[in-house]
Design a protein around this ligand. Structure first.
Ligand SMILES: Cc1cc2nc3c(=O)[nH]c(=O)nc-3n(C[C@H](O)[C@H](O)[C@H](O)COP(=O)(O)OP(=O)(O)OC[C@H]3O[C@@H](n4cnc5c(N)ncnc54)[C@H](O)[C@@H]3O)c2cc1C
Length: 416
């Protein structure tokens, strides 16, 4: 076991794997530990979209309205199981405070910059490392059934365009011409030509292979259980397979990060938001680009030999249970928009827990009191999109280099 390394990365999802990549490329010795198999967390169960266009933070006035509705409507895509849990209640209060139009705009600016940088890194990473993971930059079509939702989208589009995100607006007729796979009764669509998609689990496994070639030691089935610190330094990371004594530690454990942070006395405001992924056979003539069914909050991604239908945002704690009702809701909504979904031919159903912060921005930060601990988590709905830039920033933090994106909006303790 490689007990000593310059950096120990905790978590074998997209964020941990990308952090390991940029760290080893920066000349550091790196060990990665993962409690299960690589990509067994949320990075294996998502829509596989790389979407700078999705830069409106989750904390915004519309999501707040949806969250409120979700308390009373079981069919809502956003559900919160309210329970006597102090961390959840504090998180909800902070979420509510982050939903003002002004805070949303500031968050959007920060996310746009991060997303732009990540898209560029995505293209370099795929090309330079020749990673076979179905990466394609074919754009993303967002479809609106209701006129009101379409009008609101046009407002968002103007803001996004002011941050350099390109978009094409289609009325209902043009949306159907562009995507004949849709059923009629569409108010309009917005096409984001720069967005991309891939198979996320294949990406993590292809990158892991490359990491091993580059000298990263990867330990699957290795769970971090506790930490020891002396003189403002994390000195020992204890796992079920022995102790590690790295110079630096990167916490990239997704939705599990807050319980690990508690072990070092840190309160990390993260809530897991469960979503479902349904894989079906790829229907004939499905477009080569992914879709988003706006009102249903369902993403549909064509992969090489399957169709991935993903949706739901359920705040129910660390619970992976696949609720039949949640899955049927996603399939029913999809059938309202699409001529065929392949739903009679389901190949697999899984769930993933998005690590969500109250303001919808990730934590990418050195711990101010334990400077050899770097936290890289809380990416919510954008963990795949933002994995490369997060990895790059982590390597810059460890090496005390100037960051490629301003880190201030992503600092720890910004809610205190
Ligand atoms: C339905 C759905 C659709 C989504 N679609 C998209 C999308 O299209 N595009 C996008 O950008 N994002 C999407 N997301 C969000 C994205 O999947 C997540 O933000 C991202 O996967 C988080 O990556 P991560 O590496 O931080 O966490 P994870 O992938 O969850 O990885 C964390 C890892 O840490 C490990 N771990 C936990 N505790 C320990 C421990 N004690 N010791 C060692 N290892 C530990 C876990 O086993 C896990 O493998 C979607 C999410 C869902 C649920």
């Amino acid at each position: 076991m490689n007990e000593r390394a310059d950096v120990l990365v905790i978590g074998g999802g997209a964020v941990g794997a990308c952090a390991a990549y940029y760290l080893v490329r920066a000349g550091l010795s790196v060990t990665l530990v993962e409690k299960g198999e690589l990509a067994s967390g949320c990075s294996g169960a998502n829509a596989g979209l790389i979407v700078p266009s999705h830069s409106v933070p989750m904390a915004n006035p519309r999501t707040r309205r949806l969250a409120f509705k979700g308390l009373f409507h079981p069919q809502s895509p956003l559900r919160i199981r309210v329970r006597p849990d102090f961390d959840l209640l504090l998180w909800l209060w902070r979420f509510h405070r982050s939903c003002s139009a002004q805070k949303m705009r500031a968050g959007m600016g920060a996310l746009c910059k991060l997303n732009h940088a990540s898209l560029k890194l995505w293209k370099d990473l795929i090309k330079n490392e020749n990673l076979a993971c179905g990466f394609q930059q074919k754009g993303w079509l967002i479809v609106y059934k209701k006129e009101k939702a379409f009008r609101e989208a046009l407002e968002d589009r103007e803001l996004l365009q002011s941050y350099g995100i390109k978009a094409e607006i289609f009325d209902g007729r043009k949306t159907l011409d562009f995507c004949p796979f849709l059923l009629p009764e569409i108010s309009g669509g917005v096409f984001y030509p720069e967005d991309a998609h891939l198979d996320p689990a294949r990406f993590v496994s292809a990158l892991a292979e490359r990491l091993r070639d580059l000298g990263v030691t990867i330990y699957p089935q290795t769970e971090v259980r506790s930490f020891e610190s002396t003189n403002s330094k994390l000195t020992v990371v204890r796992t079920n397979r022995g102790d590690f004594r790295p110079e630096n530690v990167v916490l990239a454990a997704g939705a599990w990060s807050s319980s690990l942070a508690k072990k070092i006395g840190m309160n990390l405001p993260l809530q897991p938001a469960k979503g479902y992924v349904i894989s079906t056979r790829l229907p004939d003539n499905f477009p080569s680009f992914p879709l988003y069914l706006s009102e249903a909050k369902v993403a549909i991604t064509p992969l090489e030999d399957s169709l991935r239908i993903a949706g739901a945002l359920e705040f129910e704690g660390m619970d992976f249970k696949v609720r039949k009702k949640g899955v049927s809701r996603i399939l029913n909504f999809s059938q309202d928009y699409l001529k065929q979904t392949g739903s009679h031919d389901i190949l697999a159903v899984s769930s993933g827990l998005r690590p969500c912060t109250p303001d919808g921005l990730p934590f990418i930060s050195r711990h101010p009191e334990l400077p050899n601990l770097i936290v890289a988590t809380g990416h919510g709905m954008l963990g795949i999109t933002l994995a490369p830039v997060t990895g790059k920033l982590v390597s810059q933090i460890v090496r005390d280099e100037a960051p490629c994106v301003d880190l201030n909006p992503f600092r720890l303790f910004r809610f205190c």
